[in-house]
Design a protein around this ligand. Structure first.
Ligand SMILES: [Zn+2]
Length: 470
């Protein structure tokens, strides 16, 4: 194995050549996907599991033991499927690791913020059993539609305590770059998305749920995978570096589409990639058991280990019609293809089950691998005193409190001005033509009274000013 190192525009990326065993594995997987068109790995879970299993033959038994332990703790000891924890909230940071062309393709800084806002809404609805499309869940499965009790908030404090919009933007060199290399241990397909200038760009993984948005193409497949998760139990169980823990998202499969022109991979524009990957983060597996299309009695058959998800032969794509029976033992209702842990299009994924929720709650409860994430809600509050991010471009806001309008003035031409509420949601933004050279008026009459933050983006800096609207 040979390590090469290059420095481009101050960005040092450590690239590892594929070990031959991994190349062989990828080729076989790519070969399979070519010859069975529909069977494309949308998510990287199977790839990463196969890579670990090559190094650690006990991988699948360790994984099953972990899941069984969680189920025993949170179902059988309680005597029933039951919710055991109050609602918890987990801080999320999005590391946007893209080149300028890719950032432009998704609408620049404003587009990124819009995707983050829509993504946060989707995962909170899906994890809070509030997704409106749950009306499509067949009545046979409706009773199992469950609330995870897990909610997510956007980080507004960096690890050093200074403010952040929740987007940590890392601009790569202008050449289009695929991020699909393995780390020195041959463990992770997208290792270098997590590196900037030779060091991990991960924010404290015991306090933040780290998400990297990158160009997750795979080989010659320009769509690549939609997402890949390193769950929090990997460091203790398989020797992963804790800074690897988190979720990789394909930059064309996150957030919710708001215009017809945005680049999205077909069927993946409703924000459900992250819903699915978060399931892996909290220790769920694919609903069909990743067993290459087996039913009970077939060689190699395995299950997702969840009692209330039906036995299912293989993954589903697109949008099947209910009932779709793949293993006769599950007749007449068949596959739960609308489960978030299947591979259907976003528009057809609508539910987690009570059994899946029991496993996820084990992860966020006392003693669980993600418990520490639930103890850091202050990360989502804006710092009381927001430091000037660049003192050479100060802004002034008057009057403050604002009554009918706020006038924000500055010395340098901004590229964007927006108003963010305390939940981190953008509630107002200036049209580019409305951004003045020296000042911009913000009409606040349509905004509810309360605390807000004006974000003024300059070419090289952002200024944030807390305001009160009366
Ligand atoms: Zn998956």
């Amino acid at each position: 194995m040979k390590l090469t190192e290059e420095t481009i525009n101050n960005l040092k990326l450590t690239i590892m050549k594929y070990p031959t065993t991994v190349i062989a594995l990828f080729l076989s997987i790519l070969f399979l996907s070519i010859h069975t068109e529909a069977k494309k790995p949308k998510c990287g879970a199977q790839l990463i599991h196969a890579i670990i299993a090559k190094k650690d033959p006990a991988f699948f038994s360790k994984q099953a033991a972990k899941r069984q332990e969680a189920q025993q703790n949170f179902q059988y000891k309680q005597g029933a499927f039951m919710k055991t924890t109050a609602q918890v909230t987990i801080p999320v940071v999005f590391h946007i690791v893209l080149n300028q062309n890719q950032i432009n393709a998704i609408g620049g800084i404003a587009g990124i913020q819009k995707r983050i806002d829509s993504q946060m809404i989707v995962i909170n609805r899906d994890y809070g059993r509030r997704n409106a499309d749950s009306i499509t869940i067949p009545s046979a499965f409706k009773a199992r539609y469950a609330n995870t009790g897990i909610q997510f908030c956007l980080a507004h404090r960096k690890p050093d305590g200074t403010s952040t919009s929740g987007a940590d933007i890392i601009t790569l060199p202008s050449t289009t770059r695929k991020i699909e290399e393995t780390n020195p241990n041959g463990q992770d397909l997208f290792y270098d998305a997590k590196f900037t200038n030779g060091a991990f760009n991960t924010w404290d993984p015991s306090a933040y749920l780290n998400i990297w948005v990158c160009n997750a193409s795979l080989g010659n497949d320009t769509n690549g995978i939609l997402g890949l998760t390193v769950p929090p139990y990997f460091p203790n169980t398989f020797g992963y570096n804790p800074n690897e823990v988190g979720i990789i998202l394909n930059y064309r499969a996150w957030g919710k589409r708001s215009t017809g022109f945005e680049p999205y991979i077909s069927g993946c524009d409703k924000g459900r990639t992250l819903t699915h990957e978060l399931g892996h983060y909290f220790n769920l597996e694919h609903i069909w058991g990743d067993d290459n299309g087996s039913c009970p009695g077939d060689a190699g058959y395995s299950d997702d280990g969840i009692n209330d998800t039906p036995i299912q032969k293989d993954e589903n794509y697109g949008c099947p019609t209910f009932p779709s029976v793949s293993c006769s033992v599950s007749a007449p209702n068949g596959d739960m293809f609308m489960n978030y842990m299947d591979y259907c299009d976003d528009i057809c994924l609508t539910m987690f089950t009570t059994g899946q929720v029991a496993v996820m709650q084990a992860e966020v409860s006392t003693g669980g691998e993600s418990y520490s994430l639930t103890q850091n809600n202050n990360i989502c509050n804006w710092p009381a005193a927001i430091p000037s991010l660049q003192s050479t471009t100060p802004i002034q806001v008057a009057p403050n409190p604002c009554t009918q309008y706020c006038n924000v003035s500055y010395n340098e031409q901004p590229t964007q001005i927006s108003v963010i509420n305390t939940l981190g949601v953008q509630v107002w933004s200036a049209a580019p033509s409305a951004i003045g050279n020296t000042n911009t008026f913000i009409n606040t009459q349509t905004l509810a009274s309360g605390i807000y933050y004006i974000h003024v983006q300059f070419k090289d800096a952002m200024q944030i000013q807390k305001i009160i609207i009366e």
